[in-house]
Ligand binder design. Structure first.
Ligand code: MN
Length: 435
């Protein structure tokens, strides 16, 4: 069986970094990789452990890493790590687990720890290409119903993992403010379009998948090998300008409505860390077509999904001014995906398209079948028709300047120490006046 648990997942394992033990996000069973800058320092790779970050460049410089990893961990981005073979990435995890669990290492490694709250989290990798899928079937259904009440899913949906090529350059780590985009829109009853600040600014709750390894141009990744190309995951908010989207999307799909900014959580929770949380893909409802053979693999169906729960919180300027806690808008599960990450990788490369280390996939908005787990305001407000009530008497159809959105995600399974994906948070600010 691939993706087996090993000693690094042992629930009895603890760290000499005391804050890691019982930590909701980063216990020693997680060990996510990211890129950070300590106060006054330059960008470097780190490992989150409790409330601290282990400085991997400092470890490399102190000759505490094997020779073959020197170049990987002296880099200021994870692309060289993503280029490692799957066995090498598993070795990195085993070594990190030993370093951070064995108390004998404490004296030597403690000087290489930084207080996470004093560090800036940066982009984990240079993203070559970003593709956003549409694999959350309940989202696709809900949005489709707004436009086609009797026929929400288009005929290709259950045969193809639908996606579009997004924009890599405007992806930013959690904490970077989002400027409200200006753009062209046309309401149904208007004769002509206008240009101005987006009036229907929305979020999309998604997961991001970081691609490991590469395939040569012209050489598809077989579905059976797709799992080896998953380096890890993060949280993703695919900010969406719905008024711009509605006007521009036909016939070629999303463009400026999506490319102004996307937010990711900065830690890459590795495929190896996620091994205990793999689950079977949710069975297709009776009567749905079987995917074509290039998208079907017994192993991928048996353990290609993940026991991950995601939540969205909103805090408005008024709520913060009156010291109110953020309000939970939604809670959903990875299991609401109609396609696996493996199927997305196999499909994306099936025409021979070459994937590269550090490419990023978005899953598409992951909504649940019930109203408590909707992944966008478009769905919660029925296309903007029904405002939602917020604590303090405010309402929202779409996001206002000063609103702050946070997505959280946690993986859990019986007999395992749960792990977190960290935070994907950003605040909306007024856009630049356009020329
Ligand atoms: Mn999206």
């Amino acid at each position: 069986m691939r993706h087996a648990r090993n000693e690094t997942h042992d629930p009895a394992l603890t760290s000499w970094v005391q804050s890691a033990n019982g930590h909701a996000e980063f216990p020693v069973q997680n060990l996510p990789l990211g890129v950070f800058a300590p106060s006054g320092g330059s960008a470097r790779i780190g490992v989150a452990i409790g409330d601290s970050i282990l400085d991997m460049r400092a470890l490399a410089e102190a000759d505490l890493l094997p020779d073959e990893w020197q170049a990987v961990f002296r880099a200021d981005a994870l692309n060289p790590y993503f280029a490692l073979a799957v066995e090498q990435r598993a070795d990195v995890r085993r070594q990190l687990s030993r370093l951070l669990s064995d108390g004998a290492n404490r004296a030597q490694l403690e000087p290489f720890l930084h207080n996470a709250s004093a560090c800036a989290m940066l982009m984990p990798a240079r993203i070559g290409d970003y593709t956003d899928f549409y694999a959350g079937i309940h989202h696709a259904n809900n949005v489709g119903k707004l436009f086609r009440p009797d026929n929400p899913l288009l005929p290709n949906y259950k045969h193809i993992p639908i996606g579009y090529h997004g924009r890599a350059s405007s992806i930013r780590p959690s904490g970077t403010a989002v400027r409200r985009p200006h753009g062209q829109r046309k309401s149904a009853d208007a004769d002509a379009p206008v240009f101005g600040p987006c009036e229907r600014l929305d979020f999309e709750l998604e997961l991001g998948a970081w691609i490991a390894g590469s395939n040569d141009l012209g050489s598809p990744v077989p579905i059976g090998d797709a799992g080896d190309h998953l380096a890890g995951i993060c949280l993703l908010n695919d900010w969406s300008a719905r008024d711009m989207q509605a006007w521009e999307y036909q016939p070629l799909g999303p463009f400026l409505a999506k490319s102004f900014h996307s937010t990711i959580s900065p830690w890459v929770v590795t495929a190896e860390a996620l091994a205990p949380f793999r689950t079977a893909q949710t069975p297709r409802p009776e009567g749905d077509p079987q995917p074509l053979p290039y998208l079907m693999d017994a192993d991928d169906q048996a353990q290609g999904s993940f026991a991950i729960r995601m939540e969205v919180y909103l805090s408005t300027a008024q709520m913060r001014a009156s010291a109110m806690a953020p309000v939970k808008l939604s809670e959903t599960q990875f299991a609401n995906m109609y396609w696996t990450l493996g199927q997305m990788i196999a499909h994306h490369s099936s025409n021979g398209c070459n994937l590269q280390p550090g490419d990023l996939f978005g899953t598409g908005t992951i909504s649940s079948p019930d109203d408590g787990g909707l992944g966008s305001l478009l769905e919660m407000t029925r296309g903007g028709a029904v405002p939602i009530d917020l604590p303090g008497g405010e309402t929202r159809t779409f996001l206002l300047d000063g609103d702050e959105l946070e997505i959280l995600g946690h993986a859990s399974a019986s007999g395992c120490v749960p792990i977190g994906l960290g935070s994907c948070k950003a605040r909306i600010m007024a856009g630049q006046p356009s020329a």
